[in-house]
Design a protein around this ligand. Structure first.
Ligand SMILES: NC(=O)c1ccc[n+]([C@@H]2O[C@H](COP(=O)([O-])OP(=O)(O)OC[C@H]3O[C@@H](n4cnc5c(N)ncnc54)[C@H](O)[C@@H]3O)[C@@H](O)[C@H]2O)c1
Length: 246
């Protein structure tokens, strides 16, 4: 059996997830990247991770499909025999005001962000329970706390993730499984690149640290929650937002 701890990150080929995968590789974790295309498509990222003298596994699947979650977890257990850290990071937006929001836009966002988090966690937790060790990090958002016009679907999914996180922290604490959420503010990734420059400038004005966040800002907190320094923290939501929500 592998001695290194194993970290499984969903939606980990771009943005925040990709940065978390690399940061945890630098910390010495073997890394499992959940991807959407064939694993062969990600040779460059695989090399980048394995430069850190760790192993990697790319598992293809859609987190919103329960059978995909089952299949991916089985692949991981077959290769590494364990999962120590799970980062539920995969997420989408389908922004619109309620009057223009289609039912599918609401369902798609809930299916990927919230049900996806359930699907993966449900399949991973039995192994963490057997190990009597686990760290689950769920990617929420500040808008799951504050709400946001034009994001009723996304905010609801992220608020749901916060409730899920706190409930699981209570259920799983006695098994030495810690469950926390990160609530990023505005982080520069392809998810936010689509916003017009004017909107970005307006957002920046509301941020006390006077800059937009980077994926690295979030990855550093994920590293803390995945490591030994956070051993007495569970059920928390940590805002990584430059003070945006104060
Ligand atoms: N960028 C921000 O400002 C910001 C703020 C708050 C929260 N977040 C959250 O951070 C997480 C990462 O977002 P990002 O900004 O890096 O954007 P991103 O679009 O780069 O990352 C999302 C990833 O999820 C993957 N994904 C989407 N649907 C999937 C599915 N059904 N199954 C598996 N993977 C799927 C995508 O392929 C992509 O790699 C998301 O949960 C997002 O909601 C981002």
């Amino acid at each position: 059996m592998e001695e290194k701890r194993v970290a499984f990150i969903t939606g980990a080929t771009t943005g925040i997830g990709r940065e978390i995968a690399l940061t945890l590789a630098e910390e010495g974790f073997n890394i499992v990247v959940n991807c959407r295309k064939e694993p062969e498509e990600y040779e460059e990222q695989k090399k980048e991770i394995e430069k850190n003298n760790v192993k990697s596994l790319f598992v293809q699947g859609d987190v919103s499909v329960f059978e995909d979650a089952e299949k991916m977890v089985k692949e991981i257990i077959d290769k590494f025999g364990r999962i120590d850290v799970l980062v539920n990071n995969a997420g989408i937006t389908r922004d619109n005001l309620l009057l223009r929001m289609k039912k599918e836009d609401f369902e798609d966002v809930i299916n990927v962000n919230l049900i996806g988090t359930f699907n993966i966690t449900k399949n991973v937790v039995p192994y963490m329970m057997k190990q009597r060790y686990g760290r689950i990090i769920n990617m929420a958002s500040v808008v799951g706390i504050s709400g946001n016009a034009g994001q009723a679907n996304y905010s609801a999914s992220k608020a749901g993730i916060i409730g899920f996180t706190k409930s699981l922290a209570k259920e799983l604490g006695s098994r030495n499984i810690l469950v926390n959420a990160i609530a990023p503010g505005y982080i520069q990734t392809r998810m936010t690149d689509v916003l017009p420059e004017k909107v970005k400038e307006e957002i920046q004005k509301q941020i006390p640290l006077n800059r937009l966040g980077e994926a690295k800002d979030v990855a550093k907190v994920a590293k803390f929650l995945a490591g030994e320094e956070s051993s007495y923290i569970t059920g928390q939501v940590i805002n990584v937002d430059g003070g945006m929500l104060i």
